[in-house]
Design a protein around this ligand. Structure first.
Ligand code: BTN
Length: 335
């Protein structure tokens, strides 16, 4: 199917779901759907089949039409043991904001997922566009840890997303420092971590994960250089399955103590010439990553500089790696 036709088909499927949702579990006739969308009843049936293949539980009756059976599809694959509580929202400003409001009375591993965010937030105060079809979720964690360890949880999230995209869909996912997940150089996932802490102990961490899943890349601004899973695979995915894998990977990583090593191995930044903007602009060669999340850059004057936060731009691909045992060699072995 060509891109334009695919997008039209996606729009129709979304409209059907919206109509079924609006009926709150009641029946909607095939004729009513067809009339509203200007398509035949046979075409409605084809879309229903497609939606079922994406895990939507839709009951069909020749007499009554169609109705949506709860729960929402992303629930379907998420086993109970992965979250202490799962909160599914149709629409919210930002799942991170919602999570922050409930954090003090929530248990660790409470997960908030929204179909749509109307005021999604990115790093460095940016907007995060969050239409239907994406994965917009926030995880509340309450580790007994010092604030200096918070970065480890963000690392675990980006590694978990990367591994899941590689294992489930064979996508060439890698991490751009600090925690963007890229597929073939284009951003597919961003992570916004926010913490509340005393001087020596974390109260809670909120890990906000945004994955461009079943949505067209053209719904995102071109200058974002972003991609989506459905654009990469030319098909839609079962989001519940991906969410489950990400949560499983994150839990396993945090227990394994291998978070940092994996984060380094999946890095797309090491051995690249980069420019980092934030607290002043710095350009140089990314030589290594440190366990606290810092990026070590060799500036053009030869001096090494340690950067803890900023916006990283990959300028051009890897320069020659220098010798065995470097992080650059580690990374190239993983590719
Ligand atoms: C970035 O790369 O700038 C981080 C983007 C983080 C987006 C996610 S979507 C779920 C959660 N809620 C938000 O408002 N932001 C994060």
């Amino acid at each position: 199917m060509r891109m334009k036709e695919r997008r039209r088909a996606e729009e129709i499927s979304c409209s059907i779901i919206r109509m079924l949702r609006a009926a709150s579990g009641g029946w909607v006739s095939g004729k009513a759907i067809g009339d509203a969308l200007g398509i035949s009843r046979a075409a409605v049936w084809k879309h229903i089949q497609h939606l079922r293949s994406m895990d939507y539980r839709i009951e069909a009756s020749t007499r009554l039409g169609y109705r949506l059976l709860g729960p929402e599809p992303v629930h379907l694959h998420i086993p109970e043991h992965l979250c202490s509580r799962l909160i599914m929202l149709e629409s919210v400003g930002s799942t991170n904001d919602f999570a922050r409001e409930i954090a003090s009375e929530s248990e660790s591993w409470t997960v908030v997922i929204a179909e749509v965010q109307t005021a999604g937030r990115g790093r460095l105060g940016r907007e995060w566009i969050s239409p239907q079809g994406g994965i917009w979720m926030s995880i509340i964690l309450k580790p007994m840890a010092a604030p200096s360890e918070a970065f480890r949880y963000t690392m675990a999230a980006s590694v978990a997303v990367c591994r899941s995209l590689r294992d489930l869909y064979d996508l060439n996912a890698r991490i751009k420092w600090p925690n963007d997940v890229l597929v073939n150089g284009r951003k597919i996932c961003g992570i916004l971590t926010e913490i509340s802490a005393e001087l020596d102990i974390i109260n809670h961490i909120i890990i906000g994960i945004g994955i461009n899943a079943n949505m067209s890349a053209s719904s995102l601004p071109e200058e974002w250089n972003a991609t989506t899973i459905s654009a990469e695979l030319q098909r839609e995915i079962a989001r519940g399955e991906l969410i489950t894998r990400v949560l499983e990977e994150m839990r396993a990583l945090l227990e394994s103590g291998e978070v940092y090593q994996e984060w380094v191995r999946l890095s797309d930044t090491i051995n690249r010439r980069v420019s980092v903007q934030g607290f002043g602009d710095v350009t140089g060669l990314a030589v290594s990553l440190e366990p606290d999340g810092a990026l070590i850059l060799r500036r053009d004057d030869g001096n090494l500089i340690r950067i803890l936060a900023g916006d990283c731009i990959h300028l051009r691909s890897a320069e020659q790696s220098t010798g065995a045992g470097t992080q650059a060699e580690e990374v190239s072995r993983y590719a």
